[in-house]
Design a protein around this ligand. Structure first.
Ligand code: NAD
Length: 298
């Protein structure tokens, strides 16, 4: 496995620490990002090489990890407009691992198209943020065929701690979007709760301490309230635009499954409004600042 060349396309907040962990596990890694400054953040290693185009990655690498913003970018990159998609440069038996938070329906189509050309596809999105991407303890949820997944388990083991095969192609991306819906709903509820508590004269730190000792405890109360929200730093490393995208994916998925989704729709709209009113590129934890400043009539 270690002699297979792994290409990583997308060296942003998540891609950089993930590539660094692959290098730490002794894999041969080639990287590419449209932002050339990203290469400075990769740990010095003779096992790493920056390539100047995604086509070069496609020509050399046996396994290609995508950790990119969204499905639109991924579909463009893979298929392009005819000739320019990287798929036309793949070598025999190339495996694509899409670790981005993509749309499950797009991933299903990508898997089918790649399989029909003799290539493999796994959707393997991640959860845990920059901190867990850095310490190699991500949760990884996979969709795809066991025969594609088993041979590359050492890659997932280098990146994550909890690795779960949740179903066929697209299932990983579906569970990821649904997880982020649950997480976003929690963060929004905690923000509304803390802002109203403070208005009553309750110290929000104490209110959160109570949540953490009670049934309101969730990832936001445990990890985000003190570190990024009440501290005012709003720098968890996960942009609000990415959270809005995940909520869109989740609510569309719920709709496509003909399941009840009124709350998902409401939640999506509130995050969409927050994104529009906050500065471009704001962190998702800035939802708290948005709720604090918001006119309750709107
Ligand atoms: P990011 O914006 O920091 O990084 C994305 C990178 O992709 C950027 O460096 C950008 O330059 C690059 N890029 C964009 N288009 C490209 C193209 N056509 N070719 C090559 N590179 C291109 O985003 P991120 O926070 O690293 O998130 C990446 C993915 O992981 C997203 O799908 C996100 O939803 C998901 N995710 C993020 C987190 C987090 O906490 N940041 C957690 C879990 C999942």
């Amino acid at each position: 496995m270690q002699n297979k060349i792994i290409g990583v396309i997308g060296l942003g907040m998540m891609g950089v620490p993930m590539a660094n962990n692959l290098l730490k596990a002794n894999f041969l890694v080639k990287g590419f990002d449209i932002n050339t400054q990203a290469k400075e953040k990769i740990h010095a290693s003779s096992n790493f090489e920056w390539l100047n185009s995604p086509q070069e990655i496609a020509k050399i690498c046996h396994i290609i990890i995508l950790i990119l913003p969204d499905s639109h970018i991924i579909d463009q990159l893979l298929w392009g407009n005819g000739q320019d998609g990287i798929v036309s440069h793949f070598q025999k038996n190339t495996l694509v691992i899409d670790m981005s938070s993509s749309r499950p329906t797009n991933s299903k189509v990508n898997s089918e198209r790649l399989n029909s050309l003799g290539f493999g596809f796994i959707d393997a999105p991640v959860s845990g943020g920059v901190k867990r991407a850095t310490d190699g303890s991500l949760a990884i949820m996979m969709g795809g065929e066991e025969s594609h997944i088993q041979p590359v388990m050492p890659i997932f083991q280098a990146l994550g701690k909890t690795i779960i095969h949740v179903g066929s192609s697209g299932a990983g991306h579906a569970v990821k979007a649904l997880n982020n819906y649950v997480s976003a709903a929690g963060l929004l509820a905690v923000s509304e709760a803390l802002v109203s508590a403070e208005k009553f004269g309750i110290n929000p730190h104490l209110a959160n301490q109570v949540f953490n000792a009670s049934t309101g405890k969730n990832n936001t109360t445990e990890v985000k309230v003190e570190n990024f929200m009440l501290s005012g730093t709003f720098n968890s490393g996960f942009a609000i635009g990415l959270m809005r995208k995940d909520l869109q994916t989740a609510k569309d998925f719920i709709h496509e499954m003909q399941s009840p989704g009124n709350f998902a729709q409401l939640c999506f709209e509130e995050w969409e409004n927050a994104e529009k009113s906050l500065p471009k590129g704001a962190d998702h934890t800035s939802m708290f600042a948005y709720i604090k400043d918001k006119n309750p009539e709107n």
